[in-house]
Ligand binder design. Structure first.
Ligand SMILES: NC(=O)c1ccc[n+]([C@@H]2O[C@H](COP(=O)([O-])OP(=O)(O)OC[C@H]3O[C@@H](n4cnc5c(N)ncnc54)[C@H](OP(=O)(O)O)[C@@H]3O)[C@@H](O)[C@H]2O)c1
Length: 265
């Protein structure tokens, strides 16, 4: 893997962590293939990158559509001739106790967060295998390592992403195709607004928060020097260790300090 990736596909590039990473990597010289559903946002991002002297290709696509993910990768190859990084980032959350989340909402979460990741990875892998190199970046969440109250439906999809990535990484040992899973804590993006809309209720996150730019910087470092896992908020690793040693104690800890019960509309 070259120190500076040449061509990076990012799903969910119209906002938040995806957008911040697109701008950061474009500044580093990468060509960005920016995927999301909102065309106006993607066009604005591509214009901002171009105005700063960079290269970006906006691609309107839905990660829940297998054909869209194949078209996304084909578009990257047609325009830039290769693919160095596939960043599976598109996602959203729903808050609520497990028996409060309607089955249709659960299916939608699985479709976007997990199946969307699977389709994007599946579209990129043949190119990576042909090139003999590539890098899959999966944006999970700290709740993909340790569940917290009222986030069970969402956390399950984040565990699923991490599981898929872990298996893929062990399949690719010894090759120059890397897999990195990123576990951000609460990050300032459109996420909370989308979650309130999708859940029908507002919820209050507690604990540490970070800027999307800090997550983007951590991703950029992982691309330059591939590592299996990234905790953009470094202290979050402590929660993972605590959970491995004392899961019951951790249950009480996250119950006390984790997300509060939902606030009605
Ligand atoms: N913010 C946090 O606190 C936090 C913490 C840990 C992990 N994460 C993870 O970070 C990732 C990015 O979230 P964010 O915080 O940056 O949220 P965000 O600001 O709401 O951005 C989400 C992005 O995903 C795109 N998206 C959603 N559904 C899509 C679909 N079906 N097809 C294509 N694109 C889709 C959205 O674009 P369009 O609406 O234009 O399609 C948007 O660009 C998610 O996987 C999330 O689970 C977030």
């Amino acid at each position: 893997m070259p120190a500076l990736p040449r061509v990076v596909v990012i799903t969910g590039a119209s906002a938040g962590i995806g957008r911040a990473t697109a701008l950061r990597l474009a500044r580093d010289g990468a060509a960005i293939v920016a995927c999301a559903r909102r065309r106006d946002r993607l066009d604005a991002l591509a214009a901002e990158i171009a105005a700063a002297g960079g290269r970006a290709l906006p691609v309107v696509a839905d990660v829940t559509c297998e054909n869209d993910m194949e078209r996304l990768v084909a578009g990257a190859i047609a325009r830039f001739g290769r693919l160095d990084v596939m960043m599976c980032n598109a996602g959203f959350g729903i808050a609520g106790a497990i028996d409060d989340v309607p089955p249709l909402q659960m299916r939608k979460l699985v479709d976007v967060n997990y199946v969307g990741t699977y389709y994007a990875v599946r579209a990129a892998l043949p190119i990576f295998r042909r090139q003999g190199q590539g890098h899959v970046i999966v944006i999970s969440s700290i709740v993909g390592k340790r569940g917290v109250p009222y986030m069970g439906a969402y956390a399950a999809t984040k565990f699923a992403q991490a599981g898929l990535a872990e298996c893929l990484r062990s399949e690719l040992v010894g090759s120059d195709i890397h897999v990195t899973v990123v576990f951000p804590v609460s990050t300032e993006t459109e996420f909370a607004g989308v979650m309130a809309r999708e859940s029908g209720k507002a919820t209050e996150a507690r604990g540490p928060r970070q800027h999307a730019g800090a997550v983007a910087d951590a991703i950029a470092r992982a691309i330059a020097r591939p590592v299996p896992e990234v905790y953009p908020y470094r202290k979050a690793r402590g929660l993972v260790l605590l959970n491995a040693i004392a899961p019951g104690f951790c249950d009480r800890f996250v119950n006390k300090f984790g997300r509060k019960p939902l606030v009605g509309p």
